[in-house]
Design a protein around this ligand. Structure first.
Ligand SMILES: [Zn+2]
Length: 1088
């Protein structure tokens, strides 16, 4: 059943994942397209089946051959052998290029069509097969990555969806549906608790010039996510965003409701009421709004109005636990304990159901905690009331003049006119959900539920409904919060391009009406394609179809493929003139995509697999490379530097003594005398033993590490450090007899079984105490810290803060804590959680003393393994605070160095080494980064630079800017280092030229701006990528903000209203590029 008509073909050939959300095939209007799509799906499935059966025989032969080679007896093949077979089969397909291409394209198209039909599992299955056969090149097909991302998203495989979307944005930040990708990423990252990156993506999505349904969520995050800044600032941001959201969609009752909550939160009662009232009037009356109105009335001391509002809430949503709870509190405050009791019972019932549902639903983790905490407090209240009610004789409670009518009366009484009309209005809007409320209802007659049931409920409000019943109700209702998120997602997917994509308005009808419109307008690339009936679909026969399939592959791969094919021609052997003419061949209709500084035509970066070599227990605990210095001569010997560069990490013992360094200059006493008011960042942490990390309940070992941030001064921290020391002396003296008893008690239980460990920890729960770690004290100011900084001049060159052989000294400006000194002030147990240094630079760390520090370190080759473990533990490798569980590392075959750093010892952390540190005693440390001029350092730095880009994490070392400075300042004789730097220059120069061509094509003038000698390098004010040479400036809130090209295009697709500046003359860059050649002499890369 091949679609015959020209029209049908053109519809199908153009459909891909980008239509997802704008072409709604469930809409009756699109019935015709839907049937064409369905027909095509069947055809492709048949063709695939045919293809597979054709290859079956070969595959079978191949398979049996593999088994014959490997197993002679009847032994079943093990996993490894199976894997081999799979690889051989895939390898076989690799050879059959033509057939394979047809097969692959069919799989990808099948994925797209299933996706558009809303058949997500089928879509995913087809896409995954496509990926399997296309591991090396899948990343050139951006529509595929988008499609598989959507499929993962819809199937709630968020980790995989995030990965796909991140790759897509990395490869092409200007992708047609980038807005959608940012929104979905924002939503998913928020769900995963990664608020900072979530916010970043939401902000990027907001940049797009068309309105976004997501802005209300954005605003709400400002209101309730603490880590987004100071409360005051957050509140004003929240209000701004919500107001924006309301401007964009004045009918959004949800935004108005949230706005009300924000106003209530900052005590603007009148504004809050207004917003709530508007929200209710937008006919989206929901229980949340009424509940909040109740809270507001209650706070204003208007209990009757509060009662009515709460009743509205629970009548709209009988399972609204907050409303029931608040109502209970209201009654209790008025002394009507029996009513309060009934309300609390209703609330707990809802809470317990919710708990059950939430455990099943992935939707809302934070709700889960809330629900549990909530029901705990409630059950205490209920117990209390039971006792009270049990003790008090019934009449005395009821005979007292009541301030409020009882819950039964309130439920049945007509409520005040204003509320009543609204309530009815809103009640009509809502479909009847679930079983009736636990109290007689005046709308009983309208209710489909039999009256008897209602009566039973009234008699026995709590126990009548079965758990299942309850769960069903909850499942139907879900919490408003969840609905809210869901709504956004649904609106997101149904709106989309249709009403937003500038210049690409496609109404479904017009797709049917005019295939020309689609093929010419949506994919301009297709205009040159000849297409004939049968084009994409006949995968299995003759010459014509082969020819046509080549065409269809062109369609599939689209822009990206053509660009990367051309990119193949860019080589570091080109001079700048050749480069310029090669760039002229690139398309300027589309903006340049993906400016990587790595090799031409490389796939997106991924964390590396761990080295496969299986390590023994001894190898998993390697001895730490260390060297003891006797004298100054040792310290300055080239062997010391060689030794350090050779190992992932090294301890240089006795350095301070050998160099006669005056460590006293960094003692707390001297620091306080020098600059008592200097700022100290403080991390509040739990004191734990160094190789353990327990969750907050002290019940299990975890990776996530508690480390809250605040600020203080050197003088105040010094006071804390000293008093902590004195306290511990006192403790030691006080311990005496009782202390030794505790010791022997825990010693007697020296078993290693897991259950015992847990028990032991629980016993120690009360002893876990918080500590404060003074970190990131900035010692960059030479006027303030002159004696300290000049003392560090005594260090050998390779370890100095500033030296010509240190890449970071070529950045030309300060990067705090990297090419300047930072100080750490510690009490026992202070933790620096696991990390690699910024952009994988090396670091120097000297312990000032008097106490020791304990170090843990893993060679850089294993960082991918640790990254995966972080992912497994739901914690962000780059953004999160984590403390590895050592046993987890050993199980994954990851070796760990472990050693003590004594006062006066220098620790050299080599490029990329993962490490975490805990202080044993009271001590200070000083640290900074260095970048030896080696190929290894440079390549690790740029690899991380690209990985950061993919992860939307800011690289604080501007590698492009640095590379151009290196090219100007140094001569490189190391071939590998030369090639890497030259490649970076090539890629950036190509990107600059391409960008400038594109900008000129858009009719925008580029103005020369130049730059000051020590000007800081630029980062995009929106997405935080480094912006080199071509800056896009837009005035925002009276500030001139630098943007990258992609973000500028989000703000203004035509670049109107954006100023384009140039920092260097093209001739200068060409000169630097051309003059940077391999320095052919014997000896070191750089001679000092
Ligand atoms: Zn940007």
């Amino acid at each position: 059943m091949i679609p015959k008509s020209f029209e049908e073909i053109s519809i199908i050939r153009d459909l891909d994942s980008r239509y997802f959300g704008c072409l709604d095939l469930s809409d009756p209007k699109n019935l015709e397209i839907k049937s064409v799509v369905q027909k095509t799906v069947t055809t492709i499935q048949d063709d695939i089946a045919f293809y597979i059966s054709k290859n079956m025989i070969v595959t079978h032969e191949l398979t049996s051959k593999v088994f014959d080679n490997n197993s002679t007896g009847n032994t079943p093949p093990d996993d490894k052998k199976l894997h081999d077979v799979e690889n051989k089969v895939i390898g076989f397909f690799e050879e059959e290029t033509l057939a394979k291409n047809q097969f692959k394209n069919a799989l990808c198209k099948l994925g797209h069509l299933h996706l558009l039909l809303g058949e997500y599992s089928e879509a995913l299955s087809a896409y995954q097969k496509y990926l399997r056969f296309n591991r090396n090149n899948y990343w050139k097909n951006h529509e595929f990555i988008y499609g598989i991302g959507i499929a993962y998203f819809k199937l709630r495989c968020f980790k995989w969806a995030i990965k796909s979307f991140q790759e897509l944005l990395y490869l092409n930040p200007n992708f047609t549906c980038a807005n959608d990708v940012h929104l979905r990423l924002g939503f998913m990252l928020k769900h995963c608790g990664e608020y900072h990156i979530a916010l970043k993506h939401l902000q990027l999505a907001l940049l797009y010039t068309y309105p976004s349904t997501f802005s209300e969520l954005h605003g709400w995050m400002y209101h309730c996510v603490e880590c987004l800044g100071e409360k005051k600032e957050r509140e004003s941001c929240a209000l701004t965003f919500l107001q924006k959201s309301i401007d964009a969609d004045p009918k959004s009752g949800q935004s108005l409701y949230l706005l009300g909550r924000c106003y209530a939160g900052i005590n603007k009662v009148h504004d809050a009421f207004l917003a709530y009232r508007n929200s209710v009037e937008k006919s989206e009356g929901n229980a949340d709004t009424w509940c909040s109105i109740g809270v507001l009335y209650q706070q204003q001391n208007q209990p009757t109005d509060a009662l009515q509002a709460y009743i509205c809430a629970v009548q709209l949503d009988k399972d609204h636990k907050e409303a029931w709870t608040n109502l209970g509190i209201l009654y209790e405050s008025c002394g009507q304990l029996r009513d309060a009791y009934a309300c609390y019972l209703n609330a707990t019932k809802q809470a317990s159901c919710q708990k059950a549902t939430i455990l099943r639903s992935e939707d809302n983790i934070s709700m889960n905690k809330d629900a549990i905490g909530f029901s705990k407090g409630l059950s205490q209240r209920i117990k209390f009331l039971e006792i009270q009610l049990g003790q008090a004789p019934l009449p005395s409670i009821t005979s007292k003049r009541r301030q409020l009518c009882s819950i039964e009366e309130a439920w049945n009484l007509p409520i005040s006119l204003e509320m009543n009309s609204r309530q009815q209005q809103t009640a009509q809007m809502l479909p009847r959900q679930g079983p009736p409320p636990p109290y007689p209802h005046r709308e009983i007659s309208e209710s489909p539920t039999p009256a008897k049931r209602v009566k039973d409920d009234a008699l026995n409000p709590i126990y009548n409904r079965s758990e299942q019943d309850c769960q069903d109700t909850i499942q139907q209702n879900k919490t408003q919060y969840i609905q809210f998120n869901q709504n956004i997602i649904t609106t997101l997917s149904t709106h989309n391009l249709d009403n937003v994509q500038e210049g690409r308005l496609i109404s479904e009808q017009s797709i049917l009406d005019s295939y020309e419109y689609i093929s010419n307008d949506l994919y301009t690339k297709n205009t040159n394609c000849k297409f004939e009936p049968g084009t994409i679909l006949s995968i299995n026969n003759d010459e014509t179809s082969r020819h046509l399939n080549e065409d269809s592959e062109y369609t599939e791969f689209n822009v990206s493929a053509s660009i990367s094919d051309l990119s193949q021609s860019f080589k570091i052997q080109m001079d700048s003139k050749q480069l310029l003419s090669a760039v002229k061949l690139l398309t300027i209709e589309d903006p340049p995509i993906n400016c990587t500084v790595l090799q031409v035509n490389t796939p997106p970066p991924t964390p590396p697999d761990c080295p496969p070599q299986k390590l023994s227990r001894d190898q998993l605990l390697p001895p730490t490379p260390s060297v003891h210095l006797e004298n100054k001569k040792n310290a300055f010997s080239p062997q010391l530097q060689e030794f350090c560069l050779k190992h992932p990490i090294a301890v240089v013992r006795g350095l301070a003594g050998a160099l006669k360094l005056d460590l006293g200059l960094f003692s707390t006493k001297t620091l306080v005398e020098a600059n008592p008011d200097h700022s100290v960042e403080v991390r509040t942490q739990v004191h734990q033993s160094p190789d353990e990390n327990w969750d907050t309940s002290q019940a299990k070992r975890v990776w996530a590490c508690i480390s809250h941030r605040s600020h203080t001064t050197i003088a105040k921290y010094a006071q804390y450090q000293a008093s902590s020391f004195q306290d511990s002396l006192k403790d030691e003296n006080d311990k005496g007899y009782a202390g030794s008893q505790i010791m022997s008690d825990s010693d007697s239980k020296d078993s290693v079984s897991n259950s015992n460990i847990t028990l032991k920890r629980k016993k120690h729960k009360s002893s876990s105490k918080m500590l404060r770690f003074g970190t990131n004290v900035d010692l960059s100011d030479e006027r303030k810290w002159k004696p300290q900084l000049s003392e560090l001049q005594k260090l050998p060159a390779f370890a100095r803060v500033i030296s010509a052989a240190n890449m970071l000294s070529h950045v030309g400006h300060v990067i705090l804590g990297m090419n300047t000194v930072q100080l750490y002030m510690k009490v026992p147990g202070s933790r620096t959680p696991g990390h690699q240094e910024n952009n994988n630079f090396c670091s120097i760390n000297i312990n000032i003393g008097p106490g020791d520090c304990e170090w843990f370190a893993v060679p850089d080759a294993y960082w991918g393994g640790i990254h995966n473990l972080c992912e497994k533990n739901n914690i962000s490798y780059l953004h999160g605070s984590w403390w590895p569980v050592l046993e987890d590392l050993y199980k994954e075959n990851i070796p760990v160095y472990r050693f003590i750093q004594k006062p006066g010892d220098l620790v050299w952390v080599n490029a990329g080494c993962v490490h975490w540190v805990q202080s044993v005693g009271w001590c200070n440390n000083i640290a900074w980064n260095v970048g030896p001029l080696t190929a290894r350092q440079y390549s690790l730095a740029i690899e991380r630079y690209e990985w950061n880009k993919l992860q939307a994490f800011k690289s604080i070392v501007p590698m492009v800017h640095l590379s151009w400075n290196l090219a100007r300042n140094i001569k490189v004789s190391d071939k590998k280092l030369f090639e890497l730097i030259k490649m970076c220059l090539l890629q950036t120069l190509k990107n600059i030229l391409h960008t400038q061509e594109y900008v000129k094509f858009k009719g925008v003038e580029i103005r020369f701006n130049g730059r000051g000698k020590n000007d800081a390098s630029h980062y995009c004010g929106q997405c935080e990528v480094e912006v080199f040479n071509v800056l896009f400036i837009k005035e925002q809130e009276k500030r001139h903000v630098v943007h990258c090209l992609s973000c500028a295009l989000k703000l203004s697709p035509s670049l109107q209203g954006i100023v384009c500046l140039e920092e260097y003359r093209l001739s200068e860059l060409q000169h630097v590029y051309d003059s940077f050649t391999l320095y052919r002499t014997q000896g070191l890369a750089y001679t000092q």
